[in-house]
Design a protein around this ligand. Structure first.
Ligand SMILES: [Zn+2]
Length: 318
């Protein structure tokens, strides 16, 4: 999806944004599990082998192909987006993928302290309020991203309060918190969100006290192999109750580059510009994570896989 350039033609840019908002806002059930991208739940299917609870599938140039291979291998995916504009692109690309849920997100790295950032936060909040699946949203106060902490807090709070104002029974929210877990928990708790949504901290890296608090609030965590490469990550994955624990890949790794908007304001940050992803890599990554987790928790791998897939598919409604 092309985006109009703000600097070239401000009126056209604004008009495009308004039109996009209207399209999305006129369809409140657009992201409802019951109406879009939901497999027919009355149709019996084999249980999922894995559920990837945090994957930037739409940032892969071959997203539909990766989704299809995942479907063949009984893998369900929560596709987390990083900007509200990406949601519509992801819907287009993954419309045929019955094993994929698309979450409406605004990643803290993409939050900007300017009128465009304010408009993104508004749009993300409106989409989240109308969605069962929300993410990636959150806060990042690491040195590279702390400069706009205030804008991040404003955007995160706006999205969280929009969700709280429109509670949905099956809502799941994937949360990024780097050096900001207690701030994120403060905001979630202030709006009572953990009481009526499954809040999943992805790749959790907070303190032990933060972990205790999120457990008590009923929040979950999702773990990937990079988290399990650290001693602290392994310890958190060992402590967390199984019913609050999920697998994720956070693929593809190239998402870790700076937002394209920052590199060139003219560039199109849509997923089509991303690189292809090896079609079997999601499964390999999930399998390696599960293998490590089974070792850490001292349990049998197959049984762990089945239990985790069941928990995640219940949360995701797939
Ligand atoms: Zn992510």
């Amino acid at each position: 999806m092309m985006r109009a350039s703000e600097s070239d033609c401000p009126d056209m840019y604004l008009e495009t944004r308004v039109k996009m908002s209207q399209i999305k806002l006129d369809l409140p059930s657009f992201f409802d599990k019951d109406t879009l991208l939901a497999p027919d739940l009355t149709e019996l299917h084999d249980p999922w082998r894995y559920v990837d609870m945090h994957c930037h599938l739409d940032r892969m140039a071959n997203a539909a192909e990766v989704a299809m291979r995942a479907q063949e291998h009984r893998i369900a995916i929560l596709c987390t987006t990083v900007t509200p504009d990406d949601v519509a692109s992801a819907q287009d690309v993954l419309a045929e993928s019955g094993n994929v849920r698309i979450a409406a997100g605004l990643h803290p790295w993409w939050v900007t302290d300017d009128p465009e950032g304010t408009a993104d936060a508004e749009q993300a909040a409106a989409l989240a309020a109308a969605s069962d699946c929300v993410g990636e949203i959150g806060l990042d106060f690491s040195p590279a991203h702390k400069h706009n902490a205030r804008a991040q807090i404003a955007a995160f709070e706006q999205i969280v309060s929009a969700c709280a104002a429109k509670p949905r029974r099956d809502r799941v929210i994937s949360i990024h918190a780097v050096r900001a877990a207690s701030d994120a928990l403060d905001i979630l708790e202030a709006h009572g969100l953990p009481d009526h949504a499954t809040c999943i901290f992805h790749w959790f890296s907070g303190t032990s006290a933060d972990l205790d608090r999120l457990r008590r609030l009923g929040c979950h965590i999702s773990v990937n192999e990079r988290m399990l490469a650290t001693k602290r990550g392994r310890e958190y994955a060992r402590q967390m109750p199984l019913e609050q624990l999920h697998l994720e890949t956070d693929a593809p790794p190239q998402l870790d580059v700076r937002p394209q908007r920052e590199i060139s304001p003219q560039s199109d940050a849509s997923p089509q510009l991303s690189a292809p992803y090896p079609v079997d890599e999601l499964e390999h990554s999930l399998s390696r994570t599960l293998e490590a987790l089974a070792r850490i928790r001292g349990v049998e791998q197959e049984e762990l896989a089945a239990r985790m897939a069941q928990t995640s598919s219940e949360v995701l409604g797939v």
